[in-house]
Design a protein around this ligand. Structure first.
Ligand SMILES: C[S@@+](CC[C@H](N)C(=O)[O-])C[C@H]1O[C@@H](n2cnc3c(N)ncnc32)[C@H](O)[C@@H]1O
Length: 458
């Protein structure tokens, strides 16, 4: 039973040798590569780039990124160590140029203003010095003001996502992949077993079963920064793909944006702040902004309104899209005077009416006395319930607690972790700790339940 390691051969002579990706290429092409597609759609906006910019796609695989970028008019050159992956890349992105080679040592064309590497390709560089060699090689291919954008799985990503067993197939074979991460050695393995499709009840089918593994190395962010500096990159920014950039499901995957050294004084690592992904006007057009009467009552200077705007504008694209789909069922209550005890107990009844809103978000006026961070935390938390489709009525306490935990986790993941921590410290009595003592009775009712609820899915 053959067994190979993914780490590519030491020299460019690997152009004649095989990569374990060769035999996995068709299945990879069919089922994986989605991350590259998702990223491609965002690069133009994040990096403020326009076609026909030249882009080097480092470890380009089956060319999903190249396809998306060439479709948009960019001039893409891809390099990869697997001939099998490249054969499919050429079919997927015929307008791109592809080179077979090892990113650590292959002579690369020069003059690229941008290089990109997606889907933990650089984690595949497992030997000491490999990452630095690859980064230095890429740096040489860039213009003096060029940038290199790449993602890497970090320890958190391996711990949270790299486990279990999954299956994919191509036309000939089923692949079972067992993922294991060892925090001590900081190596992650995908052990692949390939079984011929159909009835495998023959000795030839039995003999055709193969196993091999892909190995990845978990780098510390500081190691990456050091390697970048040694390779000549001057300025580095790091983002978490899920928390900062809204790529749901990609927690613990860091996106690095590094600027070539010669550009030190002139360059900004140009992913715009993920803090604001859209403007209030868009939220109004999308129907998620509070109705004019609500805004009038809250008052223009309302802290709660500013928090609504901040959260809506900073919410990553994917949860924001879900919210937009529910816009017709979302109602904000941002009253000037305290109506807790009137509005809240009435809300479940109102929500059952025919034309009643299904998602009811009540922000108590007492929040005006809380900090902006607390306001954002509360708004994000309530929207998390709406986006996650939580049903908050008629639930027992364990189910309610579990939804609360899920909402808090989502708020963390969407980039409001700091706000969550501030709110936890400042609202010691819980989310409704901002209520005055006189409202304690109503507040205790509110603590039993949330300040909004969702009547199931549309
Ligand atoms: C997980 S795939 C990612 C492919 C592609 N970037 C994507 O986003 O779908 C990793 C790729 O890195 C390539 N690779 C691994 N080590 C390499 C090396 N030293 N030089 C060039 N390519 C390498 C593999 O052949 C494979 O195509």
């Amino acid at each position: 039973m053959p067994s190979e390691s993914l780490s590519p051969p030491d020299t460019t002579s690997q152009q004649q040798s095989e990569s374990p990706y060769d035999q996995f290429a068709a299945a990879y092409n069919r089922h994986l590569g989605d991350f590259a597609r998702r990223l491609a759609g965002r690069l133009e906006r994040w990096l403020s780039i326009e076609p026909p910019l030249r882009v080097l796609d480092v470890c380009c695989g089956t060319g999903q990124l190249a396809h998306e970028l060439t479709r948009r008019g960019f001039a893409v050159t891809g390099i990869d160590a697997s001939a099998g992956m490249l054969a499919l890349a050429r079919a997927n992105a015929p307008a791109a140029t592809f080179l077979l080679g090892d990113v650590r040592s292959a002579p690369l064309p020069t003059g690229f203003p941008l290089a990109v590497s997606t889907f933990d390709s650089l984690n595949h560089l497992v030997g000491d010095g490999d990452l630095r060699a690859a980064l230095a090689n890429v740096a040489r291919s860039l213009t003096p003001v060029g940038r290199f954008v790449f993602d890497l799985n970090l320890d958190e990503g391996y711990r949270r996502r790299w486990w279990g067993v999954w299956q994919i197939s191509d036309e000939q074979r089923d692949f079972t992949v067992r993922a294991v991460y060892c925090p001590e050695t900081r190596l992650a393995r995908n052990l692949v077993t390939a079984v011929p499709r159909g009835r495998a009840s023959s000795s030839s089918a039995f003999e055709a079963i193969e196993q091999w593994e892909f190995v990845e190395r978990c780098y510390e962010p500081q190691e990456v920064r050091d390697a970048l500096r040694q390779a000549g990159f001057a300025q580095v920014e790091q983002f978490d793909c899920q928390r900062d950039l809204g790529l749901i499901g990609e927690v613990g995957r860091a996106l690095f944006v590094a600027c070539n050294g010669a550009s030190r004084s002139r360059q900004r690592a140009a992913v715009p702040s993920p803090r604001r992904l859209r403007q209030r006007e868009q939220c109004q057009a999308d129907g998620v902004w509070p109705a004019p009467a609500t805004v009038r009552e809250a008052g223009q200077a309302s802290r709660r309104l500013r928090a609504i705007e901040d959260v809506l504008c900073r919410l990553p694209d994917e949860p924001y899209a879900v919210l937009c789909r529910r816009a017709g069922r979302l109602r904000w209550y941002v009253p000037h005077a305290s109506v807790l005890g009137q509005v809240f107990p009435g809300a479940p009844r109102a929500a059952r009416g025919d034309s009643a809103p299904a998602a009811f978000v009540y922000l108590a006026p007492e929040l005006e006395r809380q900090s902006a961070a607390v306001n954002r935390a509360v708004v994000a938390h309530e929207l998390a319930h709406v986006i996650l489709g939580h049903r908050l009525e008629d639930l027992d306490q364990p189910a309610r607690d579990s939804q609360e935990r899920a909402a808090r986790q989502a708020v963390d993941d969407w980039g409001f972790k700091g706000e969550n921590r501030v709110a936890e410290n400042e609202l010691r009595a819980g989310w409704f700790g901002c209520l005055s003592p006189a409202e304690a009775t109503s507040a205790s009712a509110a603590r039993q339940g949330p300040n909004m609820h969702v009547d199931g899915e549309a």
